[in-house]
Design a binder for this molecule. Structure first.
Ligand SMILES: [Zn+2]
Length: 317
């Protein structure tokens, strides 16, 4: 099987997924110990304010939101500026992610705290801001979960603008992590394999997925996860697209897998349904017109990109 997906960088599939539009210049080689502190002194600094899995958004009109706050505007929301993370610079302006301690239920009418998933599902932010949200949310979640040293158990401190934690007791440095997840569409001729987890919304069915384990290649993870969940054997594997996924700090790695068997045995701990769908059926699902009410994840989800690009690929593949 050959996939004609080696287009230009401008056309790469990753550009069509949510959270991928980040334009921040991270300047990762120039992060000093006081980088966040100095950035906060810049009057042009823009702050993204996060609270309990939600981002504070300024209401600019009906369904129009703006996510950035100046430092003086942020003061109302009890920002934890000592733990601010410098995401980098965009249009020569520093962008920081800051934990706001304000009660999300007691905000002024001009500001709403909206959870990340709703922000992306409802298209409330433009792609570059959504990308910044993914970067900030992942970093703040990592800091919240790594306050103490994994080696000696003592409290760690933030450095390098939020890109490092250091343990003053055992002198170990700790760096932000990204957890790789494979998400794959298994293909057998004119059919693809989709499954349904019990926690999905009614009618929703999607690609299979799972965490890459230590010591495993992406290809091996695609084969293992597909076998574990459906008992389908995968031969060739092709990478297609990736997606930053801030729940809390994953990277979704989207692949196609060439199925070498077709009898499905469902892992009932993971899935309540898993079956083959024809290209014609999937086309109906993409248009929300499948007679049995099946539908695929929304635009912006990497599963949607994998499924849509397979449906639209020439049938001669
Ligand atoms: Zn330590």
């Amino acid at each position: 099987m050959t996939f004609p997906f080696f287009g230009t960088a401008r056309d790469e599939a990753s550009r069509r997924v949510a959270f991928s539009g980040n334009r921040i210049d991270r300047q990762s080689e120039a992060r000093s110990d006081d980088a966040a502190e100095r950035a906060l002194e810049n009057p042009k600094a823009r702050l993204l304010l996060f609270t309990e899995g939600r981002l504070l958004l300024r209401v600019e009109g009906e369904n129009a939101f703006y996510p950035y706050f100046a430092r003086n505007e942020a003061a109302t929301f009890a920002p934890d500026l000592k733990q601010a993370v410098l995401l980098g610079h965009q249009d020569e302006t520093p962008v920081l992610a800051v934990l706001a301690m304000a009660d999300p239920e007691a905000l002024p009418a001009s500001v709403k705290a909206i959870d990340y998933r709703s922000i992306y599902m409802q298209g409330l932010l433009e792609p570059t801001a959504l990308g910044a949200l993914a970067q900030g949310a992942a970093l703040l979640a990592w800091h919240a979960a790594h306050r103490f040293c994994g080696r000696c158990g003592n409290e760690t401190t933030m450095h390098d603008g939020g890109y490092k934690r250091h343990c003053p007791t055992c002198r170990r440095d700790h760096f932000p992590r990204t957890d790789p997840v494979v998400i794959m569409l298994a293909i057998r001729g004119e059919q693809c394999l989709l499954g349904r987890s019990p926690h999905f919304a009614p009618g929703m069915i999607s690609c299979l997925a799972g965490f890459v384990e230590p010591g495993e290649t992406v290809e091996a993870a695609v084969r293992r996860e597909t076998r574990e969940e459906s008992d389908i054997e995968i031969g060739a594997v092709a990478y297609h697209a990736s997606q930053p996924w801030p729940f809390p700090y994953s990277l979704m790695i989207g692949c196609y897998g060439e199925a070498e068997s077709d009898t499905i045995t469902i892992d009932e701990n993971e899935l309540e349904e898993c079956r083959w769908f024809s290209r014609a059926e999937v086309n109906l699902m993409l248009n929300s017109t499948h007679p049995d009410g099946y539908r695929v994840p929304p635009d912006g989800a990497i599963a949607n990109t994998l499924i849509r690009d397979w449906v639209l690929a020439p049938e001669t593949l």
